[in-house]
Write a protein that binds this ligand. Structure first.
Ligand code: NAD
Length: 293
């Protein structure tokens, strides 16, 4: 069955960019939005993000062949419960949540353990800006999208979701949900928490009232992601807490190791550690940056 209607629940940066990208690439489906602000949804139509919208969730999902849920992590449970009575029997549901185990659990709680049409997904793309004004039809070009189907997820549903992300220029890969949450805790969630922590720490120093007047490029680079949406990051942190706690503890161990090296003036060991980090970053991050057109 072709996808004739795609409904977006949560027409913000991620859901809105998914919708806008599909419309820009002339996908034939009608793109329907749901939200609570008429003003923002009218703006979404003006910006070419969606075709139509409803403030009534039943109206928004009852004819949908595919429903993309892109709400903050703390709202998935409520949204799944809300849409459950109104979805078509063969509707595919997918999401864009930043952690996968908690979203899969929320989907199981709402749709039942035998529901095969839920395709968990996470686009590895974004910005520190949120909302409809930040949407970008090319946000997913040359970015990875991780799908974490479970043992019961229908292969045809996975294929349909894969095709949509590929149309947006993304590379789709599959992972186990646990593996996804572990890797993303280390590669994305930990750096965001560290950026928030550093800025918060410095902001609270009464004996350094003008510290921010003396920050430069290094601080700007390190702290950029502390401008991300605090509600979103609170929700991500609490929804992937097991893996995040593990990585926060690993980081504390690393900092304790460095503190000891400094206290004991271990210049060789300190150099080895910094040099190993530099070489690793040059290989994995700088090289990728240089390869970009
Ligand atoms: P956003 O704030 O830009 O958009 C979220 C949208 O959901 C908003 O329009 C908000 O009004 C709406 N919303 C909130 N609660 C709702 C509800 N109960 N019902 C319907 N709509 C509701 O946030 P975003 O950056 O688009 O993030 C959305 C999801 O994508 C989050 O789960 C986030 O973890 C994930 N994600 C974000 C990024 C990123 O870099 N921003 C990257 C990958 C995944």
């Amino acid at each position: 069955m072709p996808i004739k209607q795609i409904s977006i629940i949560g027409v913000g940066l991620i859901g809105g960019s998914f919708a806008k990208g599909l419309k820009a690439r002339k996908h034939k489906a009608k793109i329907f939005g749901f939200g609570y602000s008429e003003h923002k949804l009218n703006r979404a139509i003006e910006l070419g993000v969606i075709d139509e919208f409803s403030l009534n969730i039943k109206e928004a999902v009852k004819n949908a062949d595919l429903i993309m849920v892109a709400v903050p992590m703390g709202s998935f449970k409520k949204v799944f419960q809300q849409i459950k009575p109104f979805i078509k029997q063969d509707a595919i549901i997918s999401d864009a949540g930043s952690s996968k185990m908690s979203v899969i659990k929320a989907a199981e709680d709402a749709f039942g353990k035998k529901f095969t049409n839920f395709v968990p997904a996470h686009p590895i793309a974004g910005k520190e800006k949120s909302g409809i004004e930040a949407t970008d039809e090319n946000l997913y070009e040359q970015h990875k999208v991780i799908l974490t189907p479970t043992k019961i997820t229908d292969i045809k549903a996975v294929e349909k979701v894969t095709n949509l992300w590929q149309l947006l220029g993304a590379t789709v890969i599959e992972m186990l949900p646990q593996e996804h949450d572990e890797v993303l805790a280390a590669s994305s969630h930990l750096p965001h928490i560290l950026a928030f922590a550093l800025v918060d720490l410095l902001a609270k120093q009464k004996d350094l009232p003008n510290v921010f007047d003396f920050t430069s490029g290094g601080f700007k680079d390190f702290s950029r992601i502390a401008s991300s949406d605090p509600t979103m990051w609170r929700d991500i942190t609490l929804n992937n807490s097991t893996a995040i706690i593990k990585w926060l503890k690993n980081y504390q161990t690393e900092l304790t190791k460095i503190t000891t090296m400094v206290e004991q003036n271990k210049e060789n060991e300190l150099f080895q550690l910094f040099n190993h980090a530099k070489k690793t970053r040059d290989k994995h991050v700088l090289k990728k940056e240089k390869a970009k057109p």
